[in-house]
Write a protein that binds this ligand. Structure first.
Ligand SMILES: C[S@@+](CC[C@H](N)C(=O)[O-])C[C@H]1O[C@@H](n2cnc3c(N)ncnc32)[C@H](O)[C@@H]1O
Length: 280
């Protein structure tokens, strides 16, 4: 269930709207480290909308008329050049939904990716976190509309500081989130994702592909300018070696990652990669 009695978020006023108690969706497992849980309570700071979101993406994710507009299947499909169905289907497939176990979606997203995932997961519980209340409202409404809310929980939380103990989830995924985060936030969000996935579990990332000299969307200076203006942190992701970044982040958590599946779409412009998480 998601409850928020606040009105729409004014982009210029990134104030926390409420402070939920620490969420605990399932009993702690034997062997789970309580260290993080004990030292990490959600504070008002944790629920403040991040600066990058307010400054660069208010028009896309926080402004109610835009949220309504973008959250239509044809619109979001056009934004990803007609690749939405392929992107979501590949993401769900790489989650191995029947065996996914307790699954965390790190940041909500437009379109039907949440309901598609919830449906595929069946009885496996899905938790969706997002920092923007308006996005959580939409996620909850979509799940309820299709009667998929029984096994789904929608919670306000910052991807950079998850309020879950180590190894709490079997699977986690991010759908087009990383390219919207500045480099330090990207690193923190990945470290947190890897921290909360248990050894033997998986992390799935649906993202833009790396920069290539041959893809027309990368080659054309005008298009590069458009992408870099609309998505100011995308160029840094284009030029990041994702495997190396994941390995560095895993090391911080005392784990390691093995990339087991790489799916490329649209000539490599998008990718969906699945990493197995292991104890180092
Ligand atoms: C995951 S991306 C998805 C973008 C993509 N264009 C789509 O909707 O298909 C956008 C979401 O990330 C959320 N978000 C951004 N930074 C976040 C953070 N640090 N913690 C949690 N959610 C965050 C935004 O509120 C927004 O709902």
């Amino acid at each position: 269930m998601y409850e928020d009695r606040s009105e729409s978020v004014a982009p210029a006023m990134p104030a926390p709207l409420f402070n939920p108690s620490l969420p605990q969706h399932k009993p702690l497992q034997p062997g789970v480290s309580l260290q993080h849980l004990a030292s990490h309570h959600i504070t008002d700071d944790d629920l403040t909308l991040p600066d990058y979101l307010v400054k660069h993406y208010w028009w896309a994710y926080l402004w109610r008329p835009a949220v309504w507009f973008f959250d239509h299947q044809p619109i979001i499909n056009a934004i990803v050049f007609g690749q939405y169905r392929k992107l979501t289907e590949a993401t769900v497939r790489l989650l191995h939904p029947q065996q996914a176990g307790s699954t965390l979606m790190i940041a909500s997203a437009y379109g039907d990716v949440i309901t598609k995932t919830a449906k595929a997961l069946g009885d496996n519980p899905l938790t969706v976190i997002d920092i923007a209340p308006i996005q959580l409202e939409r996620a909850q409404a979509k799940l309820e509309k299709l009667g998929l809310d029984e096994h789904a929980t929608v919670t306000r939380m910052n991807a950079e500081s998850l309020a879950y103990p180590d190894n709490h989830f079997d699977t986690a995924f991010m759908f087009l989130l990383l390219h919207e985060l500045p480099v330090p936030a990207r690193r923190k969000a990945l470290i947190e994702a890897l921290r909360v996935v248990r050894p033997g579990g998986s992390l799935v990332l649906a993202e833009y592909g790396g920069f290539s000299e041959t893809h027309p969307f990368h080659r054309l200076p005008l298009l590069r300018w458009v992408f870099g203006t609309a998505e100011p942190f995308l160029p840094s992701l284009w030029h990041t070696d994702l495997d190396t970044l994941l390995s560095e982040c895993a090391e911080v958590t005392g784990k390691r990652v093995v990339c087991e599946d790489k799916v490329w779409l649209f000539g490599g412009f998008y990718r969906i990669w699945r990493y197995r998480v292991e104890q180092a």
